[in-house]
Design a protein around this ligand. Structure first.
Ligand code: PRX
Length: 652
């Protein structure tokens, strides 16, 4: 279990407060009674095929009908077999077919304050133009397109354009380094990269195109780079490889029919960190993912036609994929999209946006909430937030203190909070309160959604109950489940299906209380969660070790008030008298290797790191030291006790 989780559990174990939904919310809710939920839940598991057939026919457009609803040969699933649909059609054209062409799909605000609004009709024109341009640039079905862009409408447009022609998008968060982009390009054999000249962040301009250029030196498969002019800097353009968006996209026709695609066509890959090695490309396919994103959005965000919905995530993460693009757009929602930082030009930017656009549903992350608490209530109190009716949280457990602040200060005590537990691999929400019916407990993601069958398993593979919990697994297939790891089926099987045969291993620990509520207790592997972003400690260690001065590195998470977990690196070096200069250099080095989000917060130089007699780094001890705790538990396998004493001295 991670340390922040350990700290949190002390709090949440004592948590007995219960917040029932307000009657006026329940009255109009999409799911408005416990019986309705129980019925959906039972049907989805007892009559899986019948239930999902009905859902798929009602909520997606089909060019050609499907046969079998689910073919399941663990761990490989196929959903809506043989059917033909298109996620771009479902997000755009289907809304127009249903009379929502003039409804606003995206309200966008850039960090400098520029704005743009796109109706579903207008979005379709843009998506068609971009799709036609991609075709002209030689992209077709099955080709991988990397997208490394700021949070502009063109990012969503590019994703939907790929989906329209059956190309596979691989969105790379615009904070990753050139090395990380190159790794992803190579692994996916990307043919084209879409980027922009730069992005606005906290009043500065970051030169994205320059970073991409560096990555392209190590991306032999990439033939073309499509560049959006966002900031107007003098981005370098390479003749024969780089083309401007305004030159190739704007001239296209705004009417390109969506390609009918097999249900199991890969829609996208998204790289995420696991416990070992390089990030893996999680593969999601068209129909099942699209349906899962749509229905979970309807159920949990209780979407109504007049809502203004704002998910503050970046499209570089799964939350942006499922709950900025595919879920809400398939549901015909009006989505606010914001490009910049929450504290630019001041710490009230989010609340200014909520007030200005009369946001009704806000979906954000605990790390942001903790930052707002730190910045002070005055920034919130300046603004009228009475338009809000529902709040969501994602990315990590929300500690009860942050939950209460969110509830009272942002939600005015009237808005339900949906604490949504899910993962890149699950495609969409798995456990969450249903805002019209679920009494919430701060810190619990409450109960599984229809179609989700969780199991808590101990090391012997048996189901367990009780406060200690166990490994959280999912024991039935669901439409939004990952279909594989790009190019590496063995890794897919080993990582997710080998530990508990036949069940999907989430990598989280969890317990279920006597009301059937689930409490996520942190990771069981060496994955840390920094500001809601998943990082593998081994990835950061590899980056450190690739520096000439580093002999050995051990990285652990330690509790952090804002980030949830901070990165603490214990480093043994080859140079004498290492000091702050080297610390700074190593931070920069990791930043260059992975990206700013992986920069260690603490670097501690050590003569050696504690190891077992068989040579394994004892991370548990390092976690205790990083957190400033007495090393607890069994140290009998420790090779050299003096190492511990030295490390403690270092930290004091
Ligand atoms: O450990 C869980 C934590 O984030 C992990 C998934 O990370 P990622 O794939 O990057 O997706 C983040 C956005 C869905 C999970 O294995 N996590 C996510 N949401 C919660 C959470 N932990 C506790 N409560 C949550 N609501």
């Amino acid at each position: 279990m991670s340390d922040s989780a350990a700290g949190q559990i002390d709090h949440v174990l004592d948590e007995t407060r219960l917040f029932p939904p307000a009657a006026e919310f329940t009255e109009k809710a999409v799911i408005s009674s416990q019986e309705q939920y129980e019925d959906l839940y039972r049907r989805a598991l007892e009559d899986r095929d019948g239930f999902w057939k009905e859902q798929a026919l009602e909520h997606l457009h089909w060019f050609e009908p499907f046969g079998d609803v689910c073919q399941w040969e663990a761990p490989h699933a196929k959903w809506f077999v043989g059917g033909k649909t298109n996620a771009s059609y479902n997000c755009v054209d289907r809304n127009i077919d249903q009379g929502r062409g003039d409804k606003v799909a995206i309200i966008w605000e850039g960090e400098p304050g520029d704005t743009r609004t796109l109706t579903y009709n207008e979005l379709k024109v843009e998506v068609c133009k971009c799709a036609a341009a991609l075709k002209e640039l030689g992209i077709g079905q099955g080709d991988v397109v990397s997208i490394y862009m700021p949070m502009t409408p063109e990012l969503a447009i590019a994703m939907l354009a790929c989906a329209r022609i059956g190309a596979i998008h691989s969105v790379i968060f615009a904070g990753f380094s050139a090395e990380s982009i190159a790794d992803r390009n190579q692994d996916a054999e990307a043919k084209l990269v879409i980027t922009s000249d730069g992005l606005h962040r906290r009043g500065k301009v970051l030169p994205l195109k320059k970073t991409v250029d560096e990555a392209l030196e190590k991306s032999p498969s990439v033939q073309t780079c499509l560049v959006l002019k966002r900031v107007g800097n003098d981005a370098p353009m390479t003749e024969g490889r780089d083309v401007w968006w305004h030159d190739v996209v704007d001239k296209q026709s705004g009417d390109l029919p969506a390609e009918p695609l097999d249900s199991e066509t890969t829609l996208f890959i998204l790289y995420t960190s696991g416990s070992t090695g390089k990030p893996k490309g999680i593969r999601h396919t068209t129909a099942g993912y699209n349906l899962w994103a749509k229905r979970t959005f309807d159920w949990v965000f209780d979407h109504r036609d007049d809502d203004i919905y704002w998910c503050t995530a970046d499209c570089g993460w799964i939350t942006g994929h499922s709950y900025i693009v595919y879920g809400p757009l398939t549901a015909g929602a009006t989505c606010l999209m914001y490009e910049g930082a929450p504290n630019f030009p001041a710490e009230d930017r989010f609340w200014e946006l909520v007030e200005k656009y009369k946001v009704t549903i806000l979906y954000t992350a605990p790390t942001a909430i903790r930052a707002f608490i730190k910045w002070g209530d005055e920034h919130v109190e300046k603004h009228d937030l009475s338009s809000l009716r529902l709040l969501g949280s994602v990315g990590e457990g929300i500690n009860p203190e942050a939950w209460m602040w969110y509830h009272e200060k942002i939600g005015g005590g009237r808005c339900p909070i949906v604490d949504t537990w899910w993962q890149t691999e699950t495609g969409g929400l798995m456990m969450s309160p249903l805002p019209g019916i679920t009494p919430t407990k701060p810190g619990s993601c409450t109960r599984p959604l229809p179609g989700v069958s969780p199991a808590i398993i101990d090391e012997s593979g048996s189901a367990v109950e009780g406060e200690n919990g166990g490994m959280l697994c999912i024991d039935q297939p669901w439409p939004g489940m990952l279909r594989g790891v790009w190019g590496d089926d063995e890794r897919f099987v080993d990582t997710y299906w080998a530990t508990v045969p036949g069940k999907y291993l989430t990598g989280d620990n969890a317990r279920r209380d006597s009301d059937g509520y689930y409490w996520i207790m942190g990771r069981i592997d060496d994955v840390i969660n920094v500001s809601g972003h998943r990082l593998s400690t081994i990835e950061v260690e590899s980056a450190l070790v690739s520096h000439d001065a580093v002999a050995e590195a051990a990285v652990v998470g330690r509790p952090d008030d804002i980030k949830g977990q901070a990165i603490c690196a214990f480093v043994t070096v080859t140079t004498a008298d290492p000091g702050d200069e080297l610390r700074q250099e190593l931070r920069q080095h990791v930043r260059k290797q992975i990206g700013a989000l992986a920069q260690p917060d603490d670097i501690r130089f050590a003569a050696s790191v504690p190891k077992t007699r068989s040579g394994k780094i004892m991370r548990r001890l390092l976690r205790d030291i990083a957190a400033g705790r007495e090393a607890a538990g069994d140290t009998s396998t420790l090779e050299d006790y003096s190492v511990l004493a030295k490390l403690r001295e270092e930290g004091s």
